[in-house]
Design a protein around this ligand. Structure first.
Ligand code: FE2
Length: 354
């Protein structure tokens, strides 16, 4: 499993930057030597009010910051499988464009390898975005959704055979895009309405390609329903939540997250995992709220301690996460100054440096 080493660093915060749940790293001592609160105290809103009453302006707290993950053998193996999978999917899409046949064996073997890699290596999502983009983001996106869907299914405690099936649904979810012209494959947010309607047909094309294959109905549902949404705002059938297959709900969350980072990338914008989680937060009432919360909660555990670039170019370390707006977390600049990005509407985390 990937390990994360917590360093228990101390960071000095202004009392206005404290949020309930932070831990004091040193005793708070009054001018006459009385201990007002001991090291290890977990700050509550009551404590914060008391600090203000005591006219204490700065407090040392334990930072959540942790050092970069140790790259385990399992993660290395996963990265090898990932690179191989992108090539397999690229070849499979080419076969599909030529003869309309889904090379199911290649997809199934790839999904099984990715799913077992995820189960062995743990959270590998960061690794997906370390790699250089391919010529056609569709291949990388398909593999990423297969990986993230497998990870979510693992976190939902599904047995390994279900994790494999969910991963296969993720890997195949956009297989219908092989039938779309290149010109409308990407930048869906910028397509004119007619082209966008054509783009949405990829779901029907995908189902047509897989419907007669020897494939579990649940996997077919994962493909056919991955753009359906609980509030009936999805397509192609505007199904209500209770009619959407659980595999499709998992694939939808993986798709929303990865689409923000891989597909709908404006040339001038770099999306980070912090903004990806904001997309999940925004979508949580349309997609499945429980899956969105599970995914965000697990992912947030890995986003503290990163060295990031802010949108004004400054480098900083993330010391406390803002779980509602992760790209507006509390960061410490290289100068040592601590900034709560939530205080400045112009500032946000732009991208992860390491
Ligand atoms: Fe899609």
């Amino acid at each position: 499993m990937t390990q994360r080493v917590t360093t228990r660093r101390t960071v000095q915060l202004h009392v206005d930057q404290l949020v309930p749940g932070m831990e004091l790293s040193q005793d708070l001592v009054s001018g006459d030597g009385a201990v007002l609160a001991g090291a290890g105290t977990i700050v509550s809103s009551h404590t914060i009010n008391k600090l203000r009453n005591w006219q204490i302006t700065t407090v040392n707290i334990v930072s959540e910051a942790s050092v970069n993950p140790i790259i385990s053998r399992e993660v290395e193996q996963f990265v090898n499988s990932y690179n191989k999978s992108v090539s397999v999917v690229q070849r499979a899409f080419s076969t599909l464009r030529d003869n309309q046949e889904v090379p199911l064996e290649a997809f199934t073997a790839t999904a099984d390898e990715l799913a077992s890699g995820v189960q062995a290596a743990g959270n590998v999502v960061d690794r997906l975005y370390d790699l250089p983009p391919c010529d056609d983001a569709t291949f990388q996106h398909s593999v990423n959704v297969g990986v993230i869907a497998a990870l979510i299914a693992t976190w939902m405690n599904y047995p390994p055979e279900v994790v494999n099936a969910v991963s296969l649904a993720g890997l195949l979810h956009d297989v219908g895009k092989s039938q779309l012209p290149q010109a409308i494959l990407h930048r869906t947010n910028l397509l004119p309405p007619n082209d966008y309607d054509h783009y949405k047909q990829h779901v029907r094309y995908g189902f047509e390609l897989v419907k007669s294959l020897d494939l579990a109905d649940s996997v077919k549902a994962g493909i056919a329903q991955h753009h359906e949404r609980n509030d009936r705002s999805g397509y192609p059938l505007s199904l209500p939540g209770e009619k959407i297959h659980p595999y499709a709900k998992i694939v939808a969350v993986a798709d929303i997250y990865d689409e923000a980072l891989t597909i709908n990338r404006e040339p001038s914008t770099v999306y980070s995992p912090y903004s990806g989680l904001e997309m999940i937060n925004d979508a949580k009432h349309r997609a499945d709220p429980e899956i969105c919360l599970l995914f965000s909660g697990r992912m947030l555990n890995f986003l503290s301690g990163n060295i990031v670039a802010l949108n004004d170019g400054r480098e900083a370390r993330v010391v406390y996460l803002n779980s509602v707006s992760p790209s507006r977390s509390i960061v410490q600049l290289t100068s040592g100054a601590v900034l709560d990005l939530a205080d400045d509407p112009e500032l946000r985390i732009h991208h992860v440096i390491r």
